[in-house]
Design a protein around this ligand. Structure first.
Ligand code: SAM
Length: 245
């Protein structure tokens, strides 16, 4: 990582209240290199420059940490990142909070191969890759209602995403959806689906990403009750026939 890129990473994390140590900076640097290298072979990110990747992937992912910490002591949790793609937001969170147990759920095989290589190269412990669709894992007793926190960024509108995520969260756990400007409309359309699936929206945290004039919103949803057994529906159905009341 060039000195000026490192400065953006270090200053940016400080702006969101995180102080990185030398080892964590080196880990982010390696992540950046691998992401750029593999993006030439498979579709991992549309962002081209190191600065863009640092700000819009690394820092954006890390903005979740403080917010999660307000609702649940993040260090003691198992977190499943649904539709993680190239590891966002899960891997940056894991680099900063090494004691979490992280599960990276991803449907696309090529991306899972990248994730396998990544966790090996970054020497990350207690990280598992769940290869397949969220609907499949949500219907499987080994995974259903087992995770303390489900988190997801840029995967699906809230009413669809809730059917992917809430079945995997244990009762009294959290589901955190990282959203952009569309959050209001998505919330209006998705609030009943959330309730139906056992959740309750408790807070919308407005987040500022360092260095860019864009807000993000973290929708903090509590799992209050068990999800009805018929949900999630079979693969593809949540997207084809989204829950809408
Ligand atoms: N979360 C990452 C990020 O913010 O950079 C990736 C976002 S990418 C636009 C959406 C990812 O979600 C893709 O990698 C896709 O394969 C995955 N995905 C979409 N629907 C899924 C499902 N039902 N189960 C598992 N993965 C899914």
């Amino acid at each position: 990582m060039l000195k000026e890129d490192e400065r953006i990473l270090v200053d940016g994390t400080q702006k969101i209240g995180i102080k990185l140590n030398k080892n964590q900076i080196e880990t982010f640097s390696l992540y950046l290199d691998l992401l750029i290298e593999w993006s030439q072979k498979i579709n991992l990110t549309s962002l081209k420059t190191p600065q863009e990747i640092i700000i819009k992937h690394f820092l954006d992912s890390l903005t979740c940490i403080k917010a999660i910490d307000l609702y649940s002591n993040i260090d003691k949790n198992s977190i499943v990142d649904i539709g993680t793609g190239a590891g966002f937001p899960g891997i940056p969170i894991k680099i900063v909070c090494p004691s979490i147990e992280l599960f990276l759920l991803e449907a696309r095989k090529k991306k899972s191969i990248f994730l396998e290589k990544l966790i090996k190269e970054l020497n990350l412990k207690q990280v598992q890759i769940l290869k397949g669709r969220a609907e499949t894992f949500g219907r499987c007793t080994e995974h259903r209602e087992k995770y303390d926190i489900a988190i997801s960024r840029a995967v699906a509108p809230l009413n669809i995403l809730s059917e992917y995520c809430l079945p995997l969260v244990r009762v009294r756990g959290l589901f955190i959806a990282q959203k952009g400007r569309s959050y209001k409309l998505e919330t209006e359309k998705g609030i009943k689906a959330i309730q139906f699936l056992g959740g309750e929206l408790i807070k919308v945290e407005k987040i500022q990403i360092p260095f860019i004039n864009q807000n993000r919103y973290l929708l903090i949803i509590n799992k209050k009750r068990n999800t009805p057994l018929e949900y999630p529906r079979k693969e593809g159905l949540p997207q084809k026939r989204p829950l809408y009341f």
